[in-house]
Design a protein around this ligand. Structure first.
Ligand code: GCV
Length: 735
């Protein structure tokens, strides 16, 4: 990655960038991907020499027809990528090649593009969309990548390079693409001391001690994000520190914003609600207090003086001990609007989180956000987006979609996914989240009849919101492979691709990522993609099958702890599974907490009825007797045990699949994944054995045929402890 970025920088002073093919030298270049630092942008030369020749003949020489720092980046990227993918060396030269094969630019920057595309053809694509076309110009088939803006041209260039990295032919390339949501944002839960809350990939990328001095890593981060369309980054933890809003830190934030800007990425910060007191010297943070409002206005004006394109604030208020408007008996709308009013003159937004906790322990934790926020629909300013986690609890391996989606038609709603796998095996377990993300996006809320998917709420097409966005809690850190494991990179990638276009399938994204990251070898691709696609159901099965939730260790969230009981009941696994001698599961029907009532009638009825609720959500909504028969004809106990076993078996199958592709990818990345799969298999057994033994103390039933007996006593599993917040939490004593 470094060489490419250096290349882009060295060209930045040129008024026009013309790239000319000077010499041909077929043969693979050495793309050092071994550690995974290159992510999906390694630009491995094809093994198919004919394809490389085709790329050279169809795309070279090329011209990036525009002047700006973003166009410099486009030039550098295309140059380095095409050198590798065609096996031809280029040098930069002026004047431009007389007959370019590839032209990149905007209507404004390029007369060629103006002559091919009418303004009306590009306009609907907005600021970020692009087209790729292959018109005949003077009898030659020319590839053009055109957009309304420089950043759109950057996105289009990455899209073209994706095709080439997948070894696809380029003789009939036609693509029109525009993102379905406006703000595609990574939320970093990074602290100013460089620890990362729920981060499993080393320290924070942001080196506050050396900023505003910048480093190459920031450029590489921006480049990777731009390649998948991510256009925003919240630098700091939602459990916020007001110091980031002081002049000293704002200068550091501005330095990062300067690096990210040409990549189309805006910087956002988390705003601690009590900042007016902590760094402003006021005695209150009451959002209706005139001095508090003036303080926020002045602070925001100060931010925009050094960061003119600052995106806005993300706020966690009155949740898990964070301060908020309710401390002053004000509503969430009052709190959000105070900040929104300060940001509005600068076109900034507030992303206000719906993840709230009341101080009193509720009868049902999952009902709170809906109960708290739906009465506020219509009260938020137009530059407030309500940011809601994908499910009503907390990033579990599987949850039903959050009932707030669609329930606030007068409010802009963002979805928040968690890319870092806090509850899904953190760095070591191979779990491809593309499947989880798209399952939620495709879920039908029925709020406006069939087809009212979560995705259509989020992109505004269902209820007409114009502020739209998707956030992903970042899994990125200082590790050389960025994300703690090779396969966690796929989750960053999948988030970006789905934020751009939620109609993409998890399978097609896995296929793209595999080809770009590892290989185009068809057998290896099939094998890896298959592993990825079964991995999410595997983790659900060996952790929380049939709608179970939150039965993991109470602080680290890593291993099983269904027995755990904390002073705060709604942080305790026993609160969620409700196992007793009769059965297991949380009754959320009308006879229980009635959380089902928060869904639109067709969904509510489906979940409430034992005969229609899907098995995958059964224990989320119902308390079911151990010996009750499920749809399969098996008892709940047998079904539960078989799901746990299936989880273990799937991981074992993934191990076999991975071993079968040895030699198809580099040994270093092969070995890391191989070793992590061994950890995953061991820990899948740990989950199965610990949970089933614990539940057996209630059910008193034998394990069905096909389920391996536990290796240790229950007290053995209960004694295992995982340290909190350690860089790589590991639990000693696992079999
Ligand atoms: C940033 C969960 C996590 C917390 C996180 C919180 C949130 O509770 O365990 O670490 O805090 O969600 O999303 O605010």
């Amino acid at each position: 990655m470094e060489s490419r970025a250096r290349c882009a920088r060295s060209r930045s002073s040129r008024p026009h960038i013309w790239l000319l093919v000077l010499l041909a030298s077929l043969g693979p270049s050495s793309a050092g991907h071994a550690q995974g630092y290159q992510l999906w942008l390694g630009y491995r030369p094809s093994r198919n020499l004919a394809r490389m020749r085709e790329y050279a003949a169809s795309l070279l020489p090329m011209v990036v027809d525009g002047q700006s720092s973003t166009f410099d980046i486009v030039s550098g990227e295309l140059h380095d990528a095409l050198e590798s993918l065609t096996g031809r060396d280029f040098v930069l030269s002026r004047p431009p090649p007389p007959k370019p094969q590839l032209v990149v630019g905007t209507r404004e920057s390029s007369s060629t593009i103006r002559s091919i595309l009418a303004a009306g053809e590009l306009a609907p694509l907005g600021t970020d969309g692009f087209v790729i076309r292959q018109p005949l110009i003077e009898g030659r088939r020319v590839t053009i990548v055109a957009a309304n803006t420089d950043v759109g041209a950057l996105y289009g260039s990455f899209a073209l390079l994706r095709e080439l990295q997948m070894d696809r032919p380029v003789d009939s390339l036609v693509m029109t693409s525009a993102p379905r949501v406006k703000r595609r944002i990574l939320d970093h839960w990074d602290n100013l001391d460089r620890t990362v809350e729920r981060g499993y990939a080393g320290r924070s990328l942001w080196d506050w001690a050396t900023l505003p001095a910048t480093s190459r890593r920031y450029v590489d981060y921006a480049r990777a994000n731009a390649s998948i369309g991510i256009n925003g980054t919240v630098l700091t933890n939602v459990n916020a520190n007001a110091r980031v809003l002081t002049p000293e830190y704002l200068a550091k934030v501005a330095a990062l914003a300067n690096v990210f800007r040409p990549y189309g990425i805006k910087v956002y910060l988390t705003a601690r609600f009590s900042a007016p007191i902590e760094i402003g010297g006021l005695t209150t943070a009451d959002p209706l207090d005139a001095k508090v409002r003036a303080w926020w206005r002045a602070k925001v004006d100060e931010i925009y003086r050094s960061i003119p394109d600052f995106g806005g604030f993300l706020v966690k208020a009155n949740s898990e001990g964070q301060p908020g408007p309710q401390d002053y008996h004000r509503s969430h709308a009052d709190g959000a609007n105070a900040l929104a009013d300060a940001l509005a003159p600068h076109h900034g937004v507030v992303m206000w989180r719906a993840f709230v906790y009341s101080n009193a322990v509720p009868t049902d934790r999952v009902k709170q956000a809906y109960d708290e926020f739906t009465p506020l629909d219509g009260q938020f300013r137009s530059n407030v987006l309500l940011q809601t986690k994908n499910g009503p609890l907390d990033f579990q391996p599987r949850e039903p979609f959050h009932p707030l989606f669609g329930a606030m038609p007068k409010t802009a709603q963002m979805i928040e996914f968690q890319i870092t796998k806090e509850y899904l095996g953190e760095d070591t377990h191979l779990v491809y989240l593309g499947s989880l993300f798209s399952e939620v996006l495709k879920a039908d809320t029925y709020v406006r009849g069939p087809g009212s998917t979560v995705a259509r709420v989020i992109d505004g097409s269902l209820q007409g919101q114009t502020e739209t966005g998707m956030a992903g809690v970042s899994n990125i850190g200082s590790d050389s492979n960025w994300t703690g494991s090779q396969f966690n990179q796929a989750n960053w990638y999948a988030f970006g691709r789905l934020a751009w276009d939620h109609t993409l399938t998890a399978a097609s994204i896995a296929d793209e990522w595999t080809r770009m990251t590892f290989t185009n070898d068809p057998v290896a691709v099939r094998t890896i993609v298959h592993m990825m696609l079964v991995s999410r159901e595997a983790v659900v099965n060996y952790m929380t099958p049939l709608g179970l939730a939150h039965i993991m260790g109470t602080t680290h969230h890593y291993g099983p702890a269904p027995w755990a009981k904390l002073a705060r009941a709604d942080w305790s696994p026993v609160y969620y599974h409700r196992a007793d001698s009769a059965g297991v599961g949380f009754d959320r029907t009308a006879e229980g907490s009635n959380a089902v009532a928060q869904y639109a009638p067709p969904v509510r009825n489906r979940y409430a009825d034992r005969s229609t609720v899907p098995d995958s959500s059964l224990l989320w909504f119902h308390h079911v007797g151990w010996s009750e028969r499920l749809r399969s004809g098996r008892t709940l106990w047998d079904e539960l045990a078989l799901h746990y076993q299936a989880g273990v078996d799937t991981v074992r199958a993934m191990q076999r699949e991975w071993n079968s592709i040895r030699g198809s990818i580099d040994e270093q990345r092969f070995t890391q994944t191989h070793d992590y799969l061994a950890i995953q298999e061991r820990e899948a057994r740990w989950w199965r054995d610990a949970v089933l033994q614990y539940f057996q103390t209630f059910s008193h039933l034998p394990l069905p045929a096909g389920v391996e007996p536990p290796a240790h006593s229950l007290s053995y599993y209960m004694a295992i402890r995982c340290p909190r917040d350690e860089h790589k939490p590991r639990c000693d004593g696992i079999p």
